[in-house]
Design a protein around this ligand. Structure first.
Ligand code: NIG
Ligand code: FE
Length: 401
């Protein structure tokens, strides 16, 4: 069943650039791209359907490669406190922060977690996101991490999106292991992770490497277990302080290291050499009113791929629009709109290990694309919020939004 999509311009995002084809056409066959090019070069063929895109700009479906979008409750009261001058670290130290979301998540049923997550993720889908990564990390024991990961798997069955699940059991210390962080890491490595993986619930492993979470030595212990299970790794690193987590991640060939405000030039070089993607999270930077910028110039200079993501979570980035994050990536981090768009397409695909199938529009790749009613691709980054008119195509099928 070949479908012809005509009367459009296409930003393929190959090589991290718009790589525009004006007056273009695309042919999809089932879930994949069969042909793409200038319309005048369209080979003569028979099509089961022809879809007129009315001069839209077509981009790959957006990829949100770092979210914590499954959680119980929310932390708006904490937000108020922070605005009165209490810091994120102080709130965490006094039993709030991640710990309060852990309590709410443990109390919630699978059904409740799924229902609240779907509301948030639908916002991202409507904004043009067709692939999303979702982390566990608010359960912090076997039963509750499993509950979160099961909910993440159910999202794949409910929404027309590709969903990758990441086990972030090493997000914070659960109350049961107070002052015993080494023992908790051992528990994750010996019990939780192997079991959760065996149940088919885990696509990657992540940890929070930070002075208020886990040390590089503890993270390394976890990475060794992930490696022995053949699971790809990612890391929250250098968000609040410089511990060399991003260099450690690079040494273990991590898919990505994320946040990175406090990374050093040596970290950048290590990531460049390993091909580890830098995932920047402007929503968390903005929401925590951070002043330390990730080293953009150095990342560019050493050729590190830069992805952008919403980090959707209740504490540091309650972000329901990836386009708004793209705007922040440009205004706060001075990425060009083209670099920003590459950051939520091709580079984000690399951050999830999905580059063979997702992230650019090329023959053989999955036909996930957005047809935007705009004059130029930079408009996707330019508008602040709102609902930009678009058509969303996932796996070769237009979805109604
Ligand atoms: O990516 N840094 C750690 N994890 C999240 C925050 C989680 C939370 O505060 O609930 C982040 O910013
Ligand atoms: Fe995060």
């Amino acid at each position: 069943m070949k479908k012809l999509w005509k009367n459009c311009h296409i930003a393929t995002m190959q090589d991290g650039q718009y790589s525009s084809i004006e007056d273009a056409g695309m042919v999809t066959l089932g879930q994949h791209i069969h042909w793409i090019g200038a319309f005048k070069d369209l080979p003569a063929d028979a099509y089961s359907e022809t879809i007129d895109l009315n001069g839209a700009w077509v981009t790959p479906g957006l990829i949100d490669c770092h979210t914590h979008s499954v959680f119980g409750g929310n932390r708006s009261v904490e937000f108020e406190k922070r605005l009165q001058g209490v810091s994120y670290a102080e709130i965490a130290a006094s039993g709030g922060g991640i710990a309060s979301t852990v309590r709410a998540t443990r109390e919630a049923s699978e059904e409740q977690l799924l229902a609240s997550a779907l509301k948030r993720i639908r916002c991202l889908l409507k904004d043009g996101v067709t692939t999303i990564e979702i982390k566990s990390g608010y359960g912090l024991d076997y039963a509750n991490e499993r509950k979160m990961l099961r909910v993440i798997r159910q999202i794949t069955d409910t929404l027309p999106m590709t969903v990758r699940s990441t086990c972030l059991a090493a997000h914070a210390l659960p109350p049961e292991y107070k002052d015993q962080s080494d023992a908790y890491i051992e528990h994750i490595c010996n019990e939780m992770l192997p079991k959760l993986h065996q149940e088919g619930l885990v696509d990657a492993v992540d940890a929070f490497c930070e002075y208020l979470a886990f040390s590089p030595a503890q993270v390394e212990r976890l990475f060794k277990t992930a490696q022995s299970l053949n699971l790809p790794i990612k890391l929250h690193a250098e968000q609040l302080s410089s511990l060399g987590g991003s260099s450690l991640a690079a040494r273990y060939q991590a898919l990505s290291a994320d946040h990175l405000e406090f990374m050093t030039e040596d970290d950048v070089k290590a990531m460049a050499a390993a091909g580890t993607v830098a995932v920047l999270l402007p929503g968390a930077f903005y929401f925590l009113r951070e002043t330390q910028f990730p080293p953009l110039e150095s990342l560019h200079q050493h050729g590190v791929r830069i992805a952008l993501s919403s980090d959707l979570n209740p504490g540091t980035s309650p972000a329901l629009s990836l386009r708004l994050m793209m705007n922040m990536g440009s205004t706060l981090f001075r990425l060009t709109p083209e670099q920003t768009l590459a950051g939520v397409t091709t580079h984000a695909a690399h951050a999830l290990g999905l580059q063979a199938t997702h992230g650019t529009l090329e023959v053989g790749k999955v036909a996930d694309f957005i047809a935007w009613e705009i004059e130029h691709p930079s408009e996707i980054v330019y508008w602040l919020g709102g609902d930009l008119p678009k058509r969303i195509i996932q796996h070769g099928q237009e979805i109604s939004i």
